[in-house]
Design a protein around this ligand. Structure first.
Ligand code: ARG
Length: 585
């Protein structure tokens, strides 16, 4: 189904053409003054300059070609030259019924035929997921689901950090602690020698320890550098130990992502790009882009007009080892070969903005992807604690994601304690509600901004919260159940009988725009706004009308149809936010 803005833009553009003006002036937007009209077109203002005529006159002649159309209740000109459009109730109803029958529920399939790789999550081997990994997982999952709803072939890749300096440090420290392990012998033989099981507690503790130690202990630092080189050369023993550590990490990371309903198509890591490093160097050399700087191999990526200095990107360190940017560049080659994507979208915190500027420029300069490949990075802000500083545990430490989820679940369970609407064990419902509160609390913000994590507020049944949205869905569930309307049944909407319905209908129709906006801005806040607008419009509609006791069967049926469509539209928006719903609460 085409989205309403495109349909209206088509009609108004035609009218501009018919009146003798450039049809490109007919762009329609949502009204800035909803009390006056639903949509507007401002094209008569620029047209006035081009055609040297008063804007009101131009608006008037465009409007003369739009009169008496069944889509509009009113089209009028407003000073200084706006064209104000109000849809007719008949047209609103026909769109609702068309949405209801559409397999995509009115979401335009603008991504159809296109492939995007979405790089999010970004965990690191041998480090537990912590609070800093939350936003990438949550926002990335939502962007991926939304892209799919638009028809994209959207591929999620976790891009594990597993091949750089930290793993040299980790393995070097293992060697200090377990010098007797066979993997450290020069004559290690994978066919005979065994790598012991990795103890997760030790694994989680070892990297920060080793990292701190390398700052004071020069000998250890040198040893760990050599270990990175050995690892990247896949030295037997070292490489086998690394594999074991990685398997252990992947398993524990997967469990946490599962709890967040975050899932990836590929669990590739930096190490998987290793096979493309030689080709990367070759292609950069061929293009004459690589040069030496202080022993390292670098590519210049600064551009005229840069507001901040963009330093050269380091592709090989002086000891020949690969680093973060090398992996990202080699991964681009890999993705281009495997998927030939139309876009690669990355979600990390904004401290990596410069890194991605460097990588994208280098990739385009070297022609690793076609010029029009949409390489995009969303650098999001920080989640702060109530004091406005980055969120910390009570004793000032970094909270693991596991404990964080447990804390949210616990608070949600406490909130549901006295609810009589949930029979039996409330743990799973509490988890669904807790995650809704958490995810909505995060994503309703402009992602580039910092925000304050306020669990009490997020769990409130009132206001713009995930909890309120789930609650709204449960209210609709109850209406449909009481009326005997099955969730799959969607009675035809027969008309608009009250103002509240019109507001709700428009909120549902407009929500179809938010999917494209989410992908174009990498910002699910558009979905959050739509879901909230639908929920609050539903509250108004429900307050004004007694659906279940209505005696006019046509009216009642139409209202049930609208309630059912509201429910489906909300569940779809929530699903794209990675938020599940509960039956009752
Ligand atoms: N592992 C990285 C980190 O902890 C994030 C990876 C983001 N993705 C990427 N392609 N660089 O900072």
């Amino acid at each position: 189904m085409k989205n309403i803005i495109d349909i209206l833009t088509g009609l108004v553009s035609e009218a501009f053409g018919a009146a003798g003006f450039d049809p490109a002036l007919g762009a329609v937007t949502v009204s800035g003054r909803p009390e006056l009209c639903h949509f507007q077109c401002n094209g008569a203002l620029p047209a006035a300059k081009i055609y040297k005529k008063p804007p009101m006159e131009i608006a008037g002649s465009v409007i003369s070609h739009l009169l008496n159309r069944p889509e509009f209740r009113e089209v009028s000109a407003a000073a200084p030259g706006f064209i104000n459009i109000t849809l007719s109730d008949g047209y609103i109803v026909s769109i609702l019924n068309e949405m209801s029958r559409d397999p995509y529920l009115g979401v335009p399939q603008t991504g159809s035929g296109k492939t995007v790789v979405i790089d999010y999550g970004g965990p690191n081997v041998a480090k537990p997921l912590h609070i800093g990994h939350l936003r990438s997982a949550v926002i990335g999952e939502s962007v991926k689901r939304t892209a799919r709803a638009l028809g994209y072939n959207a591929i999620g890749d976790v891009h594990f950090g597993d091949w750089g300096t930290p793993y040299g440090l980790t393995i070097a420290e293992y060697k200090v602690r377990h010098p007797d392990w066979a993997c450290f012998k020069d004559d290690f033989d994978p066919a005979v020698d065994i790598i012991p099981e990795i103890n997760e507690d030790e694994m989680n503790e070892i990297y920060p320890f080793a990292s701190a130690k390398s700052k004071e202990d020069e000998e250890f630092k040198v040893a760990s550098r050599q270990t990175v080189v050995d690892l990247q050369n896949r030295k037997p023993g070292i490489f086998d130990l690394w594999k074991k550590i990685k398997d252990t990490s992947v398993q524990s990371v997967k469990e946490i992502y599962d709890r967040l309903s975050v899932d990836f198509d590929y669990w590739y890591g930096e190490s998987d790009s290793d096979g493309y490093t030689a080709e990367l160097i070759e292609r950069l050399t061929e293009k004459g882009l690589l040069h030496e700087s202080e022993g390292a191999q670098v590519v210049d990526v600064s551009e005229e007009g840069d507001k901040i200095s963009v330093p050269p990107v380091i592709v090989k360190k002086s000891d020949g080892s690969s680093i973060y940017a090398t992996f990202d560049l080699a991964t681009i080659i890999q993705r281009e070969k495997d998927f030939h994507p139309d876009g690669i979208w990355y979600l990390t915190d904004k401290r990596q903005n410069l890194h991605f500027t460097q990588v994208f420029r280098c990739a385009k300069k070297a022609g690793l992807v076609p010029e029009n490949t949409d390489l995009r990075h969303l650098g999001f802000g920080t989640m702060s604690g109530p004091d406005g500083k980055p969120f910390k545990t009570r004793d000032g430490g970094v909270m693991t994601l596991k404990s964080f989820i447990e804390m949210v679940d616990g608070a949600a369970l406490e909130k549901l304690k006295d609810s009589e609407y949930i029979a039996g064990d409330k743990t799973e419902a509490a988890h669904t509600i807790g995650m809704a509160a958490l995810k909505f609390g995060d994503m309703q913000n402009q992602p580039t901004k910092d925000y304050i994590f306020d669990l009490d507020k997020f769990l409130s049944f009132d206001g713009k919260t995930g909890t309120y949205l789930l609650y709204t869905v449960t209210r609709i569930n109850s209406i449909l159940k009481k009326s005997g309307t099955g969730y799959e049944q969607t009675p035809e909407i027969g008309g608009i009988f009250s103002d509240g319905e019109r507001t709700l209908a428009l909120a549902i129709i407009m929500s179809c725009q938010s999917y494209e906006k989410t992908c174009s801005d990498l910002a699910p806040s558009a979905l959050c706004d739509s879901a909230y607008q639908i929920a609050s419009a539903f509250s108004g509609f429900y307050r004004d009308n007694r659906i279940l006791t209505e005696e006019d069967p046509d009216k009642k049926n139409s209202w049930l149809g609208l309630s059912s469509l509201t429910r489906r539209a909300m569940i779809k928006l929530l699903d794209c936010l990675g938020i599940g719903t509960v039956e009752n609460m």
